[in-house]
Design a protein around this ligand. Sequence first.
Ligand code: SF4
Length: 401
Amino acid sequence: MDTIEKVQTLGEAARYDLCGACGESHRVKDDMGRWIYPAALPDGKTVKLLKILLTNACDNNCLYCLNRKDRDFPRTSFKPEELAYLFDQLYRAEMVQGLFLSSAVHGSPDRTMEQMIATAEILRRKYLYRGYIHLKILPGASWGCVERATQVADRVSVNLEAPRQKWLRRLSPDKELDDLLAPLRWVKHLLEDGGERRVRRAGQTTQFVVGAAGEPDKEILQTTERLYRELKLARVYFSAFQPLEGTPLEDRPATPLLREHRLYQTDFLFRKYGFSPEELVFDEEGNLPLEADPKMVWALNHPHFFPVEVNRATKEELLQVPGIGPKSARRIIKGRRLGRLRTLEDLQRLGAVAKRAAPFITLGGKRPAFQLSLWDALSAKTPHKALATLALPPSELVYYG
Ligand code: SF4
């Protein structure tokens, strides 16, 4: 294969990894077949990332993956010098501003990682590239490789795929969860204690494949919260399983994107609102209800916290109200110093989604008029029925804040 064919093949193969991207809908494919994604960097800037695999030749047999060993299709690889040169050309032409480099595992995890790290080192030393590099850490990589990756990349990631070994076995029979967790622990140690090792400090991320193994949301979210708390991950990504033709899971139903969306909303509650898994409401199977967002479900199941008087509530109390996010809570606290908030329009002006907040608040001691029917439902202890009245079409789904 020539370089352009390799870019097409290995760029296409990298698109299932969400750890460095803002999402599938933003993907850009130019007429040469390069796959370039806008990605939010740790400092908040958005850049165009070249997202690519070093090789699609894999020794593993993950059941959902097109690159699995038992699938018969053309394999190809970049040499580090070749990929570094290609990236440098794209960078100089201002087509990309960062690199997300992942790979299948060929030969051994360390052998493949050596090549990935060599690519990044050539960029840093030969081409004097100072921009963003995200390196995937391969399952089974040694401490030495992980350490070198943290020295040359701004961000690293390890795909955990599943929250427990039981579920991981149904997706990736060759992998052990402990082998995937070990590098996350090492990276945490390196980031905390990396002064003399010259590690770069943009942190690490991971990704779960959601819905193919039968794992409940509750386990995914309990593991997510522990990853944030114990291993200080910068982000956890969720990828709704989509069956791919030619893989053993091709007949398995796709996971609804709404499930992925609910997981992201809950992740946001952990990171920005300080919610814990124990506070969440799950159905009998341990999954988040799809009918309404998790904060609304929590509010409907905790009526004793409401109504909240917007003119007196603490920031924490405001954040519990559906329709009020961190930004609008800050504005409300600032705005009410200038005068009492009296109407839903006052709230709306401060950035809250007043319609969502209305059933859960009072304004100057008075409940907004249309709140009563919902409150009746709550007092009848039928919050799940009340959910049906609040279900939003997908077009209205928004992240908090
Ligand atoms: S390790 Fe598994 S997921 Fe990764 S490329 Fe190989 S088969 Fe695919």
